[in-house]
Every structure is written in structure tokens, then in C-alpha cells.
Design a protein around this ligand. Sequence first.
Ligand SMILES: *Cc1c(COP(=O)(O)O)cnc(C)c1O
Length: 469
Amino acid sequence: MKSMTKSEELFERALKVIPGGVNSPVRAFGSVGQTPRMIASAHGAYMTDEDGNRYLDFVGSWGPMILGHDAPEVREAVMKACEDGLSFGAVTKREVEMAELICGSIPNVEMVRMVNSGTEAVMSAIRAARGYTGRDKIVKFMGCYHGHSDALLVQAGSGVMTAGVPDSAGVPQSCTKDTLLAIYNDLASVERLFEEFPEEIAAVIVEPVGANMGVVPPLPGRHLGSSAAPTASESLLAEDKNASSAEQADKEMTAPGFLEGLRSLCTKYGAVLIFDEVITGFRLGFTGAQGYFGVDADLVTYGKIIGAGMPVGAYGGKREIMERVAPVGPVYQAGTLSGNPVAMAAGLAQLTILKEHPGIYDKLNKKGQWFYGSLKQIAEETKAAVQVNSCGSLGCMFFTSEPVVDYASAKTSDTAQYAEYFRHMLSNHIYIAPSQFEAMFLSVAHTREELADVLVLVRDFLNNDLFMQ
Ligand SMILES: *Cc1c(COP(=O)(O)O)cnc(C)c1O
């Protein structure tokens, strides 16, 4: 009889005392029919499990590890901060420096409040938007995930989607009655909601690049009637087109891009546009999706990269909205550990490196374009029924023959095939998300050689007869 691995032994223990053995559902390998690897340590692009297996990691703690694991500058800043004490429950210099760094660099963020997670950031931003507008309704998109607060746990992608649960139990209907659902990349679906509730919508919240239903970039604007107009599927791998469409931002354009269209609808109806940049913030570029696509938000939420691996979130935006927040304004929001000095030290160290070396983003986005572009080419050559979607260093492969532009098309992906793909990669020591509906996260630490090896493995996998159409 095969003896158990250390990961398996630990997971058996975990199952007895932690629901599902995990502290966040997507860490469970249930949907890919595996036992989670217990990770003992990580450095650079690699993670090592309790059995000593080493994996090339494409999850990167779900985004924070943009510099690779265990970046020395971050580690040293954290250790130094620990020597000064772990928490004071009082104001500290590092919080001021963090806020200045963000407000000094990010468009439309004039004030910022630190919190402890992305969930908290979004929940608080929604409250601020409601307090500012005096309205109750919010618009969210099917397949976008904004953390696990009650009002936003409706058709929320990723973990929820993988588990096959449309909504969460324990969320009273009264908590979601003001949550209106729209279709990603479908401006008409948003317009209809505004026409129905012109004076009741406080905010539209969007992942500027959908990254919790797999990766679904926003469609760029189009010149209607022009033969040069990109089709939906073409524009999904169109880094350059996105960037240049942002620059053109533009009179000739007859059909606005998805994000541009949301901007004008929110302005027209007096609603707050919230970009949930928990994944895209400091990833697409230092100024996040706002800078990358050239579209202004009123409020922005952060998490993941901003904490460099420590539990941190933030929300910020226009001064007139943020000044509604307590203790200046009537919108209450607080946190015992918010702006924690050790967490701030980690985030500050990472953001400082990213800000001082903007070339990092150029290289990372080009790396993404090359890697995901190669994946797409392999998919075409092997005639596999897969779609490769990407934006900058984020990307994913969907096992469907349909272009994926929204939640409905994402759901056409064959998750059993994804599970096979996952197992093929894991057995070759490549750690990708244990769910179809998550992104791959490239980091500064991934080398061309390592990525080239991965491409070979993907080709091997797709060449399998099973995937020939
Ligand atoms: C991860 C994520 C969140 C939630 O952040 P947590 O830190 O997990 O609470 C919110 N929004 C988006 C877009 C995310 O990807």
C-alpha cells in the first residue's frame, strides 16, 4: 500500500478542524480531483511543499507576488518593522508614507483609507458611494468577484462558480435586493438598469479586467462599419490595441469601449464608478487599469499587491467622496489593525520598487504578451478547442471553442478538461490555479526558459487526441 505524503497527512488533519481543510475555498483542489499540496516555503518563481517537491508557481499568492516570492527588499522591511513593535492602535509614519505614495501617483485618488483585505476595501467603498450619493442600489457584473461581503455575493465567479453554488447560503435576500446584475462587456445591459432606476443607483462596481471568471478583458471601442474593427475574439489578445485605443480616446469612435461606456453612463446618471483593482492595481502598470486603459474611476479598491503578501486592502478616490468617511464624515468605517505597521512596511517596500522601476511593467507586460501569445499559437496549431485570453501579465486558457467575453461564455468551458490540464501541469511540477475560473499570474521572477518549458508541456497536453476536434 502506498504510504501517504506529508501533504496528504496534514490535509487529513486539516479536514477534521478546518471546514474543507482550507481557510479559503479556492485553495481546495476539489474541482481538479486532487489533494492540496501543503506549501512549506517559496522563493522567486518557485514554491516547495512539505514533501520537498518544488513547483514553478503561477498563482503567486493570487497576485501579491509580482516581484516573485520572498523579495529581499520586502523581507528586510518587514523584519525591520517587527523590531519596532507589531501594532500600536495609533497613527504611524508608515501609514502616512503609504497614503502619500498612493495619492501622489494614482490618478483620481486624492485620499485613501487602509483596511485589511480586498473584501473590506470593496465593502467600505460601496458604503462610501452610498453615503455620498444618498442612493442604495449598486450595479455589479455577473462573474465579477468583489470579496465575500453579503451584498456582493451574487453571481460572483471564481470560488463560488467552481463550487457550483449560484449564491451563498446565509445571505438574506434583504442584503442583495439592492444589488443589480449586468452583463460584462455589455453596455446595453447597464444602460437598461440606469433607465429603469435613473436616480437610485449609487455605484457601478467592476473588475476593469475580469479576473475571477478566468481572464476576461474589457472590449475596446470600435469604429462601427470599419473593416478594421476587431472582432470580440481578436481584441481579447490585443494589448497594443487596448493601449492605443486608450490614447485615442476619441471622437471618431462610434462604439465606446466597455470601460469608457461605463464612465459616461455613471457621469450621466450621477453614479459613482468603482474600479475594483484588487487584482489589476499595481499589476497592469503602477497606475493600474485606470492608467492602462486611460479611464477615470471615482473610487478605486486595492488588495493583493498593495500588501506584498501581508493582509492589506485600501480604498480611495475623489476627495469629496472620501471626506464622507468617518471621522470627517458620517460614513462609519474602522479597523483595529488597519494600517498595521508591519503590513505597511511590506507594501511600501514593494510599491516603492515598482514605482522607481517602471521598466518592470514594460517587461512584465511584454513577457505576458509573448507567453500568452505563444499559448494562443499552440492552441491554433494543435487545433484544440481552447481560447487563450490575456491582459498584461494576467491570462488563462478556457476549454471551449467559443470566444470568452463574459460570464455566460466563460461557463461554456469544459472544467473536466481543465482538471486534466491542471493534473498534467502539477505532475510536471507546474502550479497553476486549481480552478478554471482564475488567472495565471506572471511575475518578475519567471524566466524565458521556464516559460518556454511550460509551453512545451502545454503543447504536449493539447496534442493529446482527446482535444482534437
Ligand atoms: C481577491 C479579490 C477580492 C477580495 O480580496 P480579499 O483580500 O480576498 O478579501 C476583491 N476583489 C477582487 C477583484 C479580487 O480579486
